[in-house]
Ligand binder design. Structure first.
Ligand code: NAD
Length: 270
């Protein structure tokens, strides 16, 4: 079987490098090009030291020269959509992990994929544990009227709250069919102490060196709380689902949002 040829957009970044390493370790995948706005050299050594691949800041010419099957995007929300349009124009399938995309961006990806009949997998969190966490939180949501989410990330994370925290809150609300009850403080001496609010779920963002990606969902009812906790201790956490998405996306003819379908998690309302 032919290996799936992959172009990594954001190849010089932290996730881009980790993805290239995962591709090197997978005999079904082949890295064919790296694209990054910071590209200075024309060749990029692969993390396993086996060889180099072409590196460029120009996505369209990289696609034309290297003919990838799949583009993996870990860049910034601003950089993703121009790359999506370019890749779709050349029928290159998409695996998108960049966070901070708007609802309009997601709609555009859906329509582009439908029009070109190409697959995309778009997930703000590729960690298996994160997907299962959201699944469990949705199951628990209908039993509790109060919920708060504390998400904790490294200090360089640009967006807040995290895409995962917002997805968790939205999915919990969707699952129970109504907003949670949000309690405000009678006196908030320091503004923002109660965090942000999304449909009754209070969201709190911690940004600290020493953290990677963590989230705690606290559900409250009289006399009791339930906590669901996620800890991603390194970027390896994202790799199994990213390589799975790269292998599956050539079979798709539409955009898939989240990993439930790929992992066979039933998306029933509980
Ligand atoms: N979905 C997930 O599971 C998951 C996991 C971790 C990180 N992320 C997200 O992935 C994104 C990247 O994270 P990171 O930690 O690798 O960041 P990073 O800053 O280390 O890497 C981003 C890379 O993108 C490049 N870039 C920026 N603008 C570009 C453009 N216009 N064209 C080409 N390249 C461009 C940068 O030069 C950089 O090398 C963020 O949005 C982050 O939140 C998602």
């Amino acid at each position: 079987m032919d290996r799936v040829k992959v172009l990594v957009h954001g190849a010089l970044g932290k996730m881009g490098q980790e993805v290239l390493g995962a591709i090197c370790r997978d005999p079904e995948l082949e890295a064919v090009a790296g694209v990054d706005i910071k590209a200075e050299d024309e060749e990029l050594p692969l993390p396993d030291g086996s060889r180099t691949i072409p590196l460029s800041a120009d996505l369209e010419s990289a696609i034309k020269h290297c003919h990838p099957d799949v583009l993996v995007d870990f860049t910034t929300a601003k950089a993703t959509m121009p790359a999506v349009r370019t890749a779709a124009k050349h029928d290159v399938r998409l695996v998108i992990g960049t966070t901070g995309l708007s609802a309009a961006d997601l709609d555009e990806i859906k329509i582009l994929c439908e029009t070109r009949r190409i697959g995309a997998v778009v997930a703000p969190n590729f960690s298996l544990a994160a997907v299962v966490m959201i699944h469990l939180a949705k199951k628990a949501a209908r039993f509790f009227d109060h919920a708060e989410i504390i998400e904790m990330h490294h200090e360089q994370k640009a967006d807040a709250p995290s895409g995962t925290a917002m997805t968790t809150a939205r999915e919990m609300v969707k699952s129970r069919g109504k907003a949670f009850s949000h309690t405000t403080a009678a006196h908030e001496d320091i503004s923002g102490s109660r965090g942000g609010e999304l449909e009754g779920v209070a969201l709190h963002s911690v940004r600290l060196p020493g953290m990677l990606a963590h989230q705690e969902i606290i559900l409250g009812a009289p006399g009791q709380t339930l906590r669901i906790r996620l800890d991603q201790i390194n970027r390896e956490a994202f790799m199994p689902c990213i390589t799975l998405a790269i292998k599956k996306v050539p079979e798709l003819k539409e955009a898939v949002f989240g990993l439930n379908e790929l992992l066979g998690i039933e998306d029933e309302n509980c």
